[in-house]
Every structure is written in C-alpha cells, then in structure tokens.
Write a protein of this length. Structure first.
Length: 414
C-alpha cells in the first residue's frame, strides 16, 4: 500500500538550520531519541508538537530529564505506536506498509503536568489531525490506558522472550521445549505484571486490568513464539554485531518503575545486567578480530614476518582474517545504505587505507550508539569531506617540482 511519494533525497539534519519546527515525529529505537532531539533542540519550543513513536517505554521521561527540564519552554509531547512497520521502497521511491495495521496516539500528560500543558493542546491536536490525514496509517487518538494496552504486548514480548533467547542461546522454537527457559520467562512476566498493575497512571483501568490479570498475555507470547519459531532473534543479532540495544527501555523501564513503586524486580535486573555484559563482550570480541586482521594486513604489506611458536600458522591467520572480515561486513551491511556501500567500494579501489579508516570510524560510531540511522551516500560524502579537511590542516607544506601529481583529492571525485 503506497502512502506517499518521496520528493527529496534523505540527508543529515544540520545544526546550521535554525528554522522553527512546528511538528516533529521521532521514530525508531528508543536509545536514539535523545540524540535525535538534541540535534534539533534549538529549533523547537513550546509551540512545537513532538510525537515519540519509538520502541520501548520510558523514552519520554529521559527526553524531558536530559533535554527539556524547563517545562515553560519545552515542546508538547504526543506518544504514538504502530502495530505494523513501514519500509522505503527504493524501486518506486515511496514508503510502503509491510502489512495492514493500526496507529494509536495519546497525549503525554500526567496528573502533575495536565494543568501546565493545557495551553499546548492546540498544537498537539493539529499534529493528531495531520497524522489522521494519512488514511493508510489508520490512526486514532485514545486515552493513555488504551494506548498502553495497545503497546504493551510488543514491549512485553521484547522484555520476556528476546533476552531469554540471547542468554540461553536458543532459537524461538526451543523456548517452549526448554523448562528452564519457560521458568525464566514466567518470572520476568510476573514481575512486569506486578509493576504495571501498580502504576498510578493506569489505576482503576479495566482495559489494563483485563489484559494483565487474565491469560491474554501468555496466549499472545505463545502465539508470537510460534509465529517466529523459524526466525532468528533480533536482540541476538544486535548483540552479535556489537550494535546498541533498547534493553534500558524494556526491562530497564520496569526496573525503574518498580523501584519507584517499591516493587522488587530481581529477575529483570539480572537479565538487564547480563544482556549488557554480553553486549560488552561482543564488542570486545569484534574489536579484537578487527585488530588481528589489521595486524595481519600490516604484516603482509611488510613482506611477512617469521613464524614461530608465538604466532599463528598461515592457515590459522587466514581463518582469523576471514572471520574478522565477515564480522566487519555484517556491521557495515547494517549501517550503510546500498549507495553508500557502493561509493565506499569505489573508494577502496583507489585508496584502500582511506576506505578502511572510514569503515573503522563508522563501526566505532555504530558500536557507541552515535548512529541514529543507516548512513546515506550524502552523509558518507560529508564524512569524507570532514576527514579530508582535517588531514589537510595537519599536512606539512612542501615544495614540489612542477609536474608532480597529488591524487589525494581524487577520493572526493569518485
């Protein structure tokens, strides 16, 4: 289903643009929201409506705490959630729905903020009308408890099923056959239900009560496990490639709310810490492979080195290089648009070391959570220009005989 034709090429948001933003939608992983808003903070004010349609829960609280502590000048917020996903179709240059679904919005109010935000209702209402104008999104404005009921299933699934798959290193299909995995999921779910049941913002909500106190959650989890039984875990793939995760907005959210409510969540706390530890180990392992491959490359360029007991055999060294190359390529495939990857490949033909340096920078940015989205060709060109400018400032000026060529600038002409 075609939603809208894209008339512009995606490009990075620059801090030089000071134009006011009336309506802003922030989507994607929860860990990217603060940085995304930080880049345009100077362009939003109390007349701006911001919709957070991110993964996980607790993103709004972090955004307010880190960026908008001054409530008088802060924008108004709308929370959103989609039951389906959109994707960019490059062949038709359009955004398409992967499947038909629903979108629900709610005003991000609490009892303490409601009075202060009444004057901002108009900007938020205008934003809701804008979203409702896109008929294919099938959107509606709902009370907070109904919106939370709409979003909770996906959050609970990512908080209960995904971490267990990662820690026990089993696929979705193996969860139901493993008694230890089932017990761990039951403990996680029991703690999450206890926290949600005591949240003051949904106190007295029959919608939430009927969902968390019946068998609907268990039925939903089972149906999703069976639907995904042949697929690999998204969280496992992120950790394997050293990419940031949303664990702080999944299990981490219920840990924080439980602490505020005086509810113990030991299983969620253990799971969160173990996922973070596994993520750190994955990054160290990937960096080690990259360093080994780089060392082998330098040895090869230097004519090789004598092999002794302390060094790997030629066969082992080749296997290590191959593993490191595969690890690098997996990360690059996730962080580069095809056009950007193609340009980087052309650069490698002319300046192999320059291309390797750029790849290392991009991998480091991805592993430290500084990439908010896939790198486009335009963004890659900006990075190349910045690197070239930085190297130009560090150059020592020397006189050259007429007729000598310097092909350093050829890189930007590819």
């Amino acid at each position: 289903m075609k939603l809208e034709h894209l008339s512009v090429t995606p490009k990075a948001i620059t801090r030089d643009d000071n134009s006011h933003i009336d309506q802003l939608l922030v989507a994607g992983p929860g860990h990217e929201a603060v940085e995304a808003l930080q880049s345009v903070k100077h362009r939003v004010d109390r007349d701006t409506a911001v919709c957070l349609m991110t993964n996980g829960l607790g993103v709004l609280e972090e955004v307010r705490a880190r960026l908008f502590q001054e409530t008088e000048s802060s924008p108004s917020f709308v929370l959103g959630h989609m039951s389906h996903r959109l994707a960019l179709d490059r062949r038709t240059n359009s955004v398409r729905e992967l499947r038909y679904g629903m979108t629900q919005l709610t005003f991000a109010d609490s009892g303490t903020r409601l009075g202060k935000d009444v004057e901002k209702t108009e900007s938020r209402t205008d934003f809701v009308r804008t979203i409702e104008g896109v008929k294919d999104l099938n959107s509606s404005l709902t009370p907070f408890d109904k919106w939370l009921r709409f979003k909770l299933p996906s959050v609970i699934l990512d908080s209960v099923v995904e971490p267990v798959c990662v820690l026990m290193e089993i696929p979705y299909a193996g969860l139901q056959r493993n008694p230890a995995a089932r017990r761990m999921m039951q403990r996680l779910l029991a703690e999450i239900v206890s926290v949600v049941d005591n949240m003051p913002e949904v106190e007295g909500s029959a919608t939430i009560r009927d969902f968390i106190r019946g068998n609907r959650i268990q039925q939903y989890i089972y149906s999703r496990i069976m639907a995904r039984r042949s697929a690999s875990s998204d969280l496992a793939r992120q950790i394997q490639n050293g990419l940031p995760t949303d664990i702080d907005y999944l299990n981490g959210f219920f840990i924080r709310r439980g602490h505020q409510l005086g509810i113990q969540t030991p299983t969620n706390l253990m799971i969160r810490d173990m996922i973070k530890a596994k993520h750190s180990l994955a990054i160290e392992r990937l960096n080690s492979k990259i360093r080994k491959a780089r060392l082998e490359q330098l040895k090869a360029q230097g004519g090789g080195a004598p092999r002794g007991n302390g060094g790997p055999s030629g066969q082992d060294g080749e296997r290590q290089r191959q593993q490191a190359d595969e690890a690098r390529q997996q990360i690059l495939n996730q962080i580069l648009h095809p056009e950007a990857a193609d340009r980087l490949g052309r650069i490698r033909l002319v300046k192999e070391q320059r291309a390797t340096d750029i790849e290392n920078r991009l991998i480091t940015l991805a592993q430290t959570g500084q990439l908010r989205q896939k790198v486009t060709e335009a963004q890659l060109k900006d990075l190349l220009t910045a690197v070239a400018d930085n190297q130009e400032q560090e150059k020592i000026v020397v006189s050259r005989r007429k007729g000598w060529d310097d092909d350093d600038d050829d890189l930007l002409d590819l």
